[in-house]
Design a protein around this ligand. Structure first.
Ligand code: DUC
Ligand code: ZN
Ligand code: ZN
Ligand code: ZN
Length: 530
């Protein structure tokens, strides 16, 4: 017949429009959108009836950590990601996400000089288990070997389609100084690679953490106090100044505070190509969540440690929702950074140094200054990160779309279309155009799902908790289609880890800003390459 599969009776939502359409899929791609198919159109195609539910391009989650081990952990200070490509992609697809971009990470070890070797090793990890959905890589660069940048960046782009790198302004084992940031950013720019920045002032954090430690303030809550919003704001401002100097686009990942969002918005208002990402934890958690479990000092609160931390109170959440609405934020990603709680390579790494757990100690009345002396545990040793690849879409749907804070179109733009454009996957991904991959998420129609309270048992990651335990969800992806196959339906996983393919990406399609139009011979960007 004309189509392999048809999606009927859906309210199709794209980044620009909402309209009732039937969708015909052929050979894994979108073939036709029409107001209503006739029986002849449908023929013997497989039918998915959306029953009036919203039908959107599948989620593109451009920020997930998978298979990062002790050496290459997101922090570089230990910790082992609980999810590999199989379990991470499984969790993603059950939450409506059909594309993930994960981080291949260089370390400071000499054997990691070659970025190509780093990527090859990471790719082998993905191939070992396979992935339920299509996947791509970013590269994290922590050294500025000029020879490597010169010879290997072009190969990363051409051979691997890796067109984005992440640079860190904090963490001893990853932090680049301003000089190095300029070096790598310029090399990236010359290869049309988008620079993603982890903007936190590493020296401020080290200084504050030492002060807290000397006072015995080691409980998980103090992680946030070691990283007040100005830590992020200062680094964001500095990175913008560096990027403007060489007229480089720049993208801020995991923006957690209004301090940083305001600085980013001011730069955007000046016409600079500054892009930003925020994540579920910053819209749904505050400093108070670091005191939520058991007792304020209990180590169990380390479940909520992530960097940057969420803002002190809900005023930052309101500011970030505003930023989603008004365009400050280009993309909304999970920053899925999966550590188990009850695992010596997970959150418990924060208290392994000596004997009894901080949990027991704090709950048995041993004072924290005493613990500090015995070095039982400390927020400084806890791997930073929380899981969220599966809850990303339903959380934003419930608290953003259902609550009326953002439109359905904005939801699609932030979770699918813009990440596809920003990371060079559009219109293969992030769109429902004829010829696009038939990656589709279909929501329950209104009243089709009774709102429910989430528990970790609902989820498909390999983590032993969710930060959103007990939160009420108004909707959940009912069907997920990946390249035309129904891989998730009514709570059942139908796909396999052999379904996903590696994606080579192109350059950022969101533009370079007005700064690039003035070719003044006095500007650094003009003479620096001569
Ligand atoms: N950066 C991330 O991107 N994720 C978790 C921790 C971090 O520092
Ligand atoms: Zn980061
Ligand atoms: Zn306790
Ligand atoms: Zn991350």
């Amino acid at each position: 017949s004309k189509f392999d599969l048809v999606v009927l009776n859906g309210v199709v939502v794209t980044a620009s429009d909402t309209s009732s359409f039937d969708i015909g899929i052929k050979d894994g791609k979108i073939h036709t959108l029409a107001p209503s198919f006739t029986p002849e159109d449908i023929g013997d195609a497989q039918v998915v009836d959306a029953e009036g539910g919203m039908v959107m391009p599948g989620g593109v989650d451009a920020h997930v950590h998978l298979c990062q081990d002790q050496k290459t952990g997101p922090l570089g200070l230990g910790g082992q990601c609980a999810d590999d490509f199989e379990t991470g992609s499984r969790s993603a697809v059950c939450g409506g996400t059909t594309t993930i971009i994960a981080f291949a990470k260089q370390s400071r070890d000499e054997e990691d000089r070659s970025l190509l070797k780093v990527v090859e090793a990471y790719s082998a990890r993905a191939e070992e288990t396979g992935s339920y959905i299509d996947y791509a890589f970013h590269i994290i660069i922590v050294r500025d070997d000029k020879d490597v940048l010169q010879t290997e960046l072009p190969v990363l782009v051409k051979k691997w389609g890796i067109t984005s790198c992440k640079l860190f302004m904090t963490y001893k084992t990853m932090q680049l100084q301003d000089y190095q940031l300029l070096d790598v950013m310029l090399a990236a720019l010359d290869n049309s690679i988008t620079t993603m920045i982890h903007a936190e002032n590493g020296d401020m954090i080290t200084w504050l953490a030492e002060k807290l430690e000397s006072k015995g303030m080691l409980a998980p809550y103090y992680h946030a106090l070691s990283r007040p919003p100005s830590v992020e704001g200062e680094a964001a401002n500095r990175a913008i100044v560096l990027a403007e100097l060489i007229e480089s686009p720049i993208l801020f990942v995991h923006v957690g505070s209004s301090a940083s969002a305001n600085i980013i918005r001011a730069a955007q208002t000046r016409g600079l190509p500054v892009f930003a990402e925020t994540c579920p934890q910053y819209l749904n958690l505050t400093w108070e969540d670091l005191k939520r479990f058991h007792s304020p000092d209990c180590f169990e609160n380390s479940k909520m440690i992530c960097s940057p931390p969420p803002g002190p109170d809900s005023s930052d959440q309101d500011a970030l929702y505003l930023g989603l609405h008004n365009g400050t934020f280009t993309v909304f990603s999970s920053d899925h950074c999966p550590y188990k709680y009850n695992d010596p390579h997970g959150k418990m790494a924060g208290m392994l140094e000596h004997g009894p757990s901080m949990h027991r100690a704090s709950c048995e009345g041993i004072s924290l200054p005493e613990l500090a002396k015995s070095k039982t545990g400390s927020f400084k040793l806890v791997p930073n990160g929380i899981p969220g690849v599966e809850t990303r879409l339903p959380l934003l749907f419930t608290r953003g779309v259902t609550a009326g804070r953002i439109t359905p179109q904005k939801f699609v733009e932030l979770t699918s279309t813009n990440p596809a454009k920003l990371y060079g996957l559009y219109p293969q991904k992030g769109a429902l155009l004829p010829g696009s991959d038939a990656d589709i998420v279909i929501w329950y129609p209104e009243g089709g799902l009774t709102p429910f309270k989430l528990t970790n048992e609902h989820l498909h990651h390999n983590v032993d908790y969710t930060p959103y335990e007990g939160m009420e969800f108004a909707n959940w992806p009912r069907y997920t289609l990946s390249r035309g196959q129904v891989v998730w339906a009514n709570g059942k996983l139908l796909g396999t880890p052999r379904d996903g393919r590696y994606l080579k990406r192109g350059p950022n399609q969101l533009g370079k800003g007005v700064a690039h139009f003035k070719k003044d011979p006095r500007t650094v960007a003009t003479w620096v390459r001569e």
